[in-house]
Write a protein that binds this ligand. Structure first.
Ligand SMILES: NC(=O)c1ccc[n+]([C@@H]2O[C@H](COP(=O)([O-])OP(=O)(O)OC[C@H]3O[C@@H](n4cnc5c(N)ncnc54)[C@H](O)[C@@H]3O)[C@@H](O)[C@H]2O)c1
Ligand SMILES: [Zn+2]
Length: 400
């Protein structure tokens, strides 16, 4: 009886004290190299070896994943990686056969790919400090990066991006993701890589549309962040349209620098509502979903940039000559500025999905002069619809 009386007082006492609060707070510092090189898998090239940590008592273990599109276009990539690993077996050993996976957007919608990577990590006894070494385009990096980030709650990822878009954007940042429930990148994590090695030689076998896709992301970041770079892209658009390798290299490097600078100085894990690097992306994601991956990400982004540049111009944020320069740069690079699916795009619905994904208030980044940006929180759907019609007219040749 006495015992239960004491217990009761204790309950009353704790109920009177509203709460006990312990404020947890810590910072985690991230640092990873992004290296540009050529012939990265050659045993004479030190780049890959240099980004790996010194081995402990035994060499690091790795699961090698290769995009089948890369192996098809450049036979010998898998064997080159195996030779590299053999020559550097004091630092890295491959745990079993490489996994060659079908590349392209479709791989992000296949849950079995993520399960396969998880299964191999378990079967081959890889630990959290082992590497998942991924050679491929942005889609394979996103899907397998997601698998690596969730196995053991996060393994080390060594990325070797093989497309222009992956070398200057998708493969160098802190995100991964897969398409679930019909939504692009609905499931994914923020997980900085251990290291990124960009081998520019991979660009030699890319299809023209994939080279142009990477250029679209460069136009995007230049238009809102770097007037000088934008001026260069505009001036060199003919050389870029011919895929001049020196011009492509310069584009890749500056675009990567701008993306990395933004991640470093901005909001790397996107806790706020704004995502400046997604200029042109709200409609691009809608188009990618509507066309079932028929459009490459960068191709959809080009349409999105054109649309939002026209909108910015109509709203008095960007001068008409500057908006024309953006459209001209993209179009002269060989990118299409319209897709029929744009006409049936549900503008409020696509904006709402974009807002839901980023969280908080709707925030769209628009150029406010070349190399500068402004954030808007409302979009006039009727003006946007008029911009869609203008792009359709231009594509139909009625207006240039
Ligand atoms: N995580 C991020 O921060 C981020 C940022 C931007 C884009 N992305 C994602 O990246 C994806 C697009 O990536 P992408 O543009 O690299 O395209 P992709 O990965 O879809 O690859 C396009 C095609 O090129 C092939 N390929 C890859 N490398 C090749 C090479 N060297 N030679 C010949 N063929 C090659 C692939 O097999 C594929 O068929 C989208 O899913 C997009 O959402 C992610
Ligand atoms: Zn993009």
């Amino acid at each position: 009886m006495l015992l239960s009386f004491r217990a009761h007082r204790a309950v009353c006492y704790s109920a009177r004290r509203v709460m006990q609060k312990i404020q947890q707070s810590f910072q985690v510092r991230y640092s990873y190299p992004v290296v540009f090189t050529r012939r990265a898998l050659s045993v004479e090239n030190e780049a890959l070896r240099a980004v790996l940590p010194p081995p402990g008592r035994s060499p690091h273990k790795a699961l090698l994943v290769v995009d089948s599109g890369v192996e098809a276009a450049r036979p010998g990539t898998v064997s080159g990686a195996l030779d590299w690993a053999r020559a550097n077996s004091d630092v890295l050993v491959l745990a079993g056969e490489p996994l060659v996976v079908a590349g392209g957007e479709a791989c992000k919608s296949r849950p079995e790919l993520v399960e396969r990577v998880h299964g191999l990590v378990r079967e081959r006894g890889l630990c959290r400090q082992s590497f998942v070494w991924i050679i491929g385009g942005g889609a394979v990096l996103d899907a397998c990066g997601y698998a690596a980030a969730t196995a053991h709650r996060g393994m080390r990822v060594l990325r070797m991006p093989t497309t222009l878009l992956a070398q200057n954007d998708a493969g160098i940042g802190v995100k991964n993701g897969v398409n679930v429930l019909g939504r692009k990148n609905f499931v994914g994590t923020f997980a900085p890589p251990f290291a990124v090695v960009n081998d520019l030689d991979f660009l030699e076998t890319l299809e023209p549309r994939d080279l142009r896709s990477g250029m679209a992301e460069a136009v995007k970041v230049a238009a809102i962040k770097d007037a000088g770079f934008f001026g260069w892209l505009h001036a060199e658009r003919a050389r870029l349209a011919r895929f001049d390798s020196e011009a492509l290299e310069r584009l890749a490097l500056r675009c990567a620098e701008l993306h990395l600078e933004h991640i470093r100085s901005g909001d790397p894990f996107e806790t706020g509502s704004s995502r400046p690097l997604d200029f042109g992306h709200w409609s691009a994601h809608g188009l990618e979903q509507a066309t079932g991956g028929e459009l490459r990400h960068g191709e959809a982004v080009a349409v999105g940039i054109a649309l939002d540049s026209l909108y910015a111009s109509r709203m008095g944020l960007l001068g008409a000559p500057e908006a024309s320069m953006v459209l001209e740069t993209l179009s002269d690079m060989g990118l299409s500025l319209f897709h029929p699916a744009l006409e049936s795009l549900d503008i409020p619905g696509a904006l709402c999905e974009f807002q839901e994904h980023i969280g908080g208030e709707l925030t769209i980044t628009l150029p406010s002069g070349l190399g500068r940006k402004v954030e808007v929180h409302e979009v006039d759907a009727s003006v946007m619809k008029e911009c869609v019609r203008e792009l359709a007219r231009r594509a139909g040749g009625i207006e240039k």
